[in-house]
Design a protein around this ligand. Structure first.
Ligand code: NAD
Length: 434
């Protein structure tokens, strides 16, 4: 199969490289010249475990190419995936579809023979219909079809998720599209990955429903954590106690500073807009968004409380900036809301992240970026653990305590045992450990 991937970001690059690894011939297209020049030189535009070797291997075998020239990139392609960004539109939370529609128009103008156009970007219900219209209006050849194939990979485990998915969802309205996509994913059929063929609208909605449900689990356990603090219970144990129930499951029950990242915040908002537009409001998702916004904003209050109610003039060390470990992605990271509030309160912030500095620096102009955790905590009144990178799980707490001026440790991911922290001479404040 010949595949073109339009958009070479977190999803496009991983998907393109994995498809190439299955044996398909893939051309990844991006209009960001710096990205493509970097990829030609073997430099990854994102940090994702295992990606560099996967890309290098498939480039060396002649199955993976990169270009900024969409016309050249889609030449002879059987399937053309659209994997461009769909950020929240400023002001109203609608998914901004301008990149998707621009890509569809460019594809239509460049296509010389029919192909299956597949939306991998997360797009609201009905977007496939709109793409079909754009293709037809801009001269796409007769026989071109449009399918939806939402992506469920997680950053940080993206290659594994792509190659061993829980399921693949394909929304198509014609047999040809189904056949082409069946062939594209045939290597995974052999792995017995469940493939669900649905209508296009169903596939589009499935992606939003999945993300909204996961966000709901997170907001739910975060509220349970607050109740645990009020009544003297332990949320970790509650989560284990409910998560062992097969009907509930253990995942996404980690209380913390609120969800962030490139998907949940924008996808929950976009789903609410769709629901509103179609007169079927989703009150649960609405609450999830409200709970999460309040939670992210409220994390600075926990730091202030640990510091006796005063942030002004205090020095706060933040460990972990990316929205989760094993990625460099800073989009909507809880660290951003926290640091903003700390700075508004008059605190000075020093931070360390194993991978995220380059992405974080432009977003956090007043933060001092430290070279390692020990440098970050030097003379700090409080240490806030925001992202649970593995290397933060076994810090030498006595050394940390000796380097700090104050003694407050605020563990927003519950990765430390309170007793262990106290033994090192620090005070402990976690999440939901009443
Ligand atoms: P991204 O911002 O990392 O990448 C998008 C890329 O598309 C950019 O490199 C941009 O330059 C390129 N682009 C935009 N318009 C283009 C055009 N007309 N031609 C060529 N290239 C173009 O975005 P991402 O995180 O990979 O997300 C892409 C989509 O996948 C979004 O809809 C997102 O919601 C969805 N998604 C993301 C994840 C994730 O974990 N990041 C997971 C599942 C689904």
């Amino acid at each position: 199969m010949r595949i073109a991937m339009i958009g070479t970001g977190y999803v496009g690059l991983v998907s393109g490289a994995c498809f190439a690894d299955f044996g398909h011939h893939v051309t990844c297209v991006d209009k960001d010249e710096g990205k493509i020049a970097g990829l030609h030189a073997g430099r990854m535009p994102i940090w994702e475990p295992g990606l560099e070797a996967l890309v290098a291997n498939n480039v060396a075998r002649g199955r993976l190419q990169f270009t900024t020239d969409l016309r050249k990139g889609i030449e002879g392609a059987d399937a053309i995936f659209i994997a461009v960004g769909t950020p929240a539109r400023r002001g109203d939370g609608h998914a901004d579809l301008s990149y998707v529609f621009a890509a569809a128009k460019e594809i239509a103008e460049a296509l010389t023979r029919p192909a299956v156009i597949v939306t991998k970007s997360t797009v609201p219900v009905g977007t496939g219909d709109e793409i079909t219209r754009i293709l037809m209006e801009n001269g796409a050849p007769e026989g071109t079809s449009v399918a939806s194939n939402p992506e469920f990979l997680r950053e940080g485990a993206a290659i594994r998720d792509f190659k061993i998915p829980d399921r693949i969802v394909i929304g198509a309205e014609d047999d040809h599209a189904r056949e082409v996509l069946r062939e594209v994913y045939r290597p995974l059929f052999l792995n017995k990955a469940p493939i669900l063929f649905t209508g296009r609208r169903t596939a589009e909605l499935t992606k939003y429903a999945a993300n909204a449900f996961l966000a709901t689990k997170i907001s739910f356990i975060n509220e349970v954590a607050d109740l645990c603090e009020a009544v003297g219970a332990d949320v970790q144990e509650v989560a284990r106690g409910i998560g062992l129930d097969n009907r509930i499951g253990p995942k996404f029950l980690h209380a913390g500073p609120g969800y962030g990242g490139s998907c949940f915040p924008k996808d929950t908002l976009a789903l609410l807009q769709t629901a509103q537009q179609h007169g079927a409001p989703m009150r649960i998702v609405n609450s999830v968004v409200e709970v999460n916004d309040a939670r992210k904003a409220g994390m600075a209050d926990r730091v202030a409380e640990a510091l006796g109610g005063e942030l002004n003039g205090k020095r706060v060390a933040v460990l972990g900036l990316t929205f989760k470990p094993n990625t460099d992605d800073m989009r909507d990271a809880p660290s951003l809301a926290l640091i903003k509030r700390l700075e508004e309160g008059g605190a000075r912030v020093a931070a360390f992240d194993p991978i995220g500095h380059e992405q974080a620096e432009p977003l956090l102009p007043n933060v001092e970026f430290a070279a390692d955790p020990l440098a970050a905590v030097k003379d700090a009144d409080a240490l806030v653990l925001v992202t649970e990178w593995d290397e933060f799980r076994a810090l030498d707490l006595r050394e940390i305590a000796a380097a700090m001026k104050g003694n407050a440790l605020i563990d927003l991911r519950n990765i430390y045992e309170p007793e262990e922290v106290k033994r090192a001479g620090l005070t402990y404040r976690g999440i939901g450990r009443g």
